[in-house]
Design a protein around this ligand. Structure first.
Ligand code: ADP
Ligand code: MG
Length: 440
């Protein structure tokens, strides 16, 4: 796990970057805290983190599409004001103009930079050729496969001959084989001597992709987004998932993503608030499935293996792990998950027993569930308006996230038979079977 020695000239320098958006209730929502990041000539850097850790926000700040709330952003030693002249972006969704041909899509960025038509034409043809779309110049996006469309996305960025190629999950909308194919081609292009781009920064939530591509992996945590660690990848190219050391690196990064510095609850249940400790986006069924799988492997499992077995990506698996850890069903230790005693009990309980254990744990350890239970205890009617809870949540979450948090809390509380949501009245109501007043 040696750090790559990077001696190239600094292209991007981010120091003390913080970012806040305005939440649905008008309060600031902090999404990035104290991000220090340098991108240098000659390197491929991966920004890796789960959904919501601020990866796209960092990329947009580097591209100059967003100005940070605080901190400094320099491009080649000069403060960035407005759109970054050295950067070009590739998006997950390709973002092509459906009414323009491949050729015109690729020329678009050149036109914006005021380049003469004849020159645009020539340069677009060369970029199209370089990215393997020769012969498709007159095709329209809808006539192309996903992989071909993303090639257009690449050509459109490369035609600008950017210093810095910024890519936001460029392979995640593609099928596995197409993605692998394009990754290989990207690395091959990078290796050609006349490739004009000096640095590639790729956003991903896929650990293997990061280790396959990057010289350096910047690992991000959430709430708010921050850098947990940087990991140098000293694997020789071309890289191979089965090469010695590859799996160990993936494991190491799993450990970082689930370690102490992340939001996985080293839960201090009493002080945790619904804002500081949001409910992980996990269904009760998903949590139960994970626990069974860990039980099945004798109470301890390696996360990369679990992901493999379930054919899950990071974004699918980590919320389940977070939720199970928050609820005290398992602990996480350097990339392994270990079932706790309570975890073992719930796996082996009958359905009523499992609901009871779930309810107890959720009431004690899941802050939003606890908040709702307290509100119910305090209400004369044994019910509260869901809108009231939603308004509270909007003080710390975007509207979408606030709604999702409420949905999760209702899902969890309903399973534990603590409370239920009545669509007609729009109220959350104590479950008749629940004993909320009991001191537990
Ligand atoms: P990632 O790319 O890692 O999934 P993002 O950078 O897209 O993360 O988002 C980080 C956080 O910022 C998320 O919680 C998201 O809801 C929030 N966010 C992003 N853009 C906005 C915006 N324009 N307004 C409010 N919140 C935003
Ligand atoms: Mg994103």
């Amino acid at each position: 796990m040696t750090h790559t020695v990077t001696t190239g000239e600094v292209l991007m320098d981010l120091r003390g970057v913080r970012m806040s958006f305005t939440g649905a209730g008008g309060e600031p929502l902090q999404v990035l805290d104290q991000v220090d990041l340098q991108l240098r000539e000659g390197e491929i850097v991966a920004l890796l983190g789960r959904s919501g850790s601020g990866k796209s926000t960092i990329l947009r700040i580097i591209a100059g599409l967003l100005a940070p709330t605080d901190g400094h952003v320099d491009y080649r030693g000069t403060p960035l004001t407005g759109s970054n002249p050295g950067a070009a972006l590739v998006f997950q969704s390709f973002a092509l103009m459906p009414w323009l041909s491949v050729q015109d899509n690729v020329e678009l960025g050149l036109a914006a930079r005021g380049i003469a038509p004849a020159d645009r034409h020539r340069r677009a043809l060369a970029a199209i050729d370089r990215i393997g779309l020769d012969g498709f110049e007159t095709a329209y996006p809808k006539e192309l496969s996903g992989g071909m469309r993303q090639r257009v996305g690449f050509a459109r960025a490369l035609v600008l001959e950017p210093d810095l190629l910024l890519m936001d999950e460029p392979f995640s909308a593609l099928d596995v084989l197409t993605a692998e194919n394009l990754r290989t081609e990207l690395v091959n292009l990078w290796a050609t001597t006349d490739f004009p781009t000096k640095c590639i920064c790729i956003v991903t939530h896929n650990i293997e992709e990061a280790v396959l591509l990057a010289d350096r992996v910047v690992v991000l945590g959430a709430n708010p987004g921050h850098i947990i660690a940087e990991v140098g990848v000293d694997q020789p190219r071309p890289r191979n998932r089965r090469a010695p050391g590859f799996a160990a690196l993936v494991d190491h990064i799993y450990g970082l993503l689930t370690g102490r510095d992340t939001e996985i609850a080293t839960a201090t249940p009493d002080s945790a608030t619904p804002f500081a400790t949001p409910l992980p986006d996990a269904s009760v069924g998903g949590i139960a499935g994970l626990l069974e799988l860990v039980w099945g492997s004798h109470g301890r499992a390696d996360l990369p293996e679990v992901a493999d077995e379930l054919n899950f990506e990071l974004d699918d698996l980590l919320p389940l792990v977070d939720a199970a850890a928050l609820l005290g069903f398992l602990t996480v230790d350097s990339g392994d998950v270990i079932l706790t005693n309570v975890g073992a009990r719930i796996v082996n309980a009958d359905i009523q027993g499992s609901k009871r254990i779930f309810a107890d744990q959720a009431r004690r350890r899941a802050p939003l569930v606890r908040t709702i239970c307290s509100a119910l205890i305090g209400s004369a009617e044994g019910s509260v308006r869901a809108d009231f809870v939603l308004d509270l949540l909007r003080r710390g979450f975007s509207d979408e996230d606030a709604r999702r948090q409420l949905e999760l809390a209702i899902d969890w509380g309903r399973y534990g038979e603590l409370y239920d949501y009545d669509t007609d009245s729009g109220r959350i109501t104590v479950d008749p079977a629940a004993d909320l007043s009991a001191d537990r």
